[in-house]
Design a protein around this ligand. Structure first.
Ligand SMILES: CC(C)(COP(=O)(O)OP(=O)(O)OC[C@H]1O[C@@H](n2cnc3c(N)ncnc32)[C@H](O)[C@@H]1OP(=O)(O)O)[C@@H](O)C(=O)NCCC(=O)NCCS
Length: 168
């Protein structure tokens, strides 16, 4: 059997507008495209990463400073995350890989690149509202579940997931 060719993957910083088409197609196809513009996109310090295959954007992830939900209260204190202005607590949003490009490592490469950037910035905790259908993906990357599962109407079951960043 001949070996599989190495994936042609490049991770780059992108603009919020670059994420909208993939977010819409992958995360909220039933909703208007504007539903894929997230408030945190414009937060000071927010950044967006894209994974390109042969020059085509196939996966996106966004990171913005945002206070953690109540179920992480104890952790936020014990990790001494500091104020948001110090870049302690970050939220992951809009994690999406185009259906035809899944399972090729784009999503995990994006998250790892995000971890590296956050660690450079002194980030201490990353959290997200994970779809239950993606929880095992996040578990595989070292995030843990917190609190009770909950429903986001029109989208489905979710759970808060988090990890301490290595700079902690
Ligand atoms: C979840 C998602 C972003 C993963 O992206 P991806 O590019 O396919 O991820 P990777 O190829 O890097 O996968 C890394 C590992 O996670 C596994 N994995 C990927 N998606 C998974 C899922 N939904 N459930 C369980 N495991 C998953 C892969 O099989 C792979 O396992 P391996 O390391 O043993 O080979 C992608 O499936 C997606 O866009 N799903 C729809 C949108 C979504 O749910 N986004 C998350 C919103 S919270």
């Amino acid at each position: 059997m001949s070996p599989q060719p190495a994936p042609d993957r490049t991770i780059l910083r992108i603009e919020p507008e670059d994420t909208y088409a993939l977010r819409h197609r992958t995360l909220r196809p039933e909703q208007p495209r504007e539903a894929c513009h997230f408030p945190g996109d414009a937060s000071e310090g927010a950044f967006h990463l894209g994974s390109f295959d042969g020059g085509i954007l196939v996966a996106v992830a966004s990171f913005n400073p945002e206070a953690a939900p109540a179920c992480l209260d104890g952790l936020v204190e014990s990790l001494e995350t500091g104020s948001l202005n110090q870049g302690g607590v970050w939220r992951l949003r809009g994690m999406a890989t185009a259906p035809e490009s899944r399972g090729q490592g784009h999503g995990s490469a994006l998250l790892r690149a995000g971890f590296a950037e956050l660690e450079q910035r002194g980030g201490r905790l990353l959290w997200c509202n994970a779809r239950l259908s993606a929880a095992d993906f996040y578990l595989g990357l070292g995030l843990a579940r917190a609190g009770e599962d909950f429903e986001i109407p029109g989208i489905g079951g979710h759970v808060v997931m988090w990890c301490a960043l290595a700079s902690f």
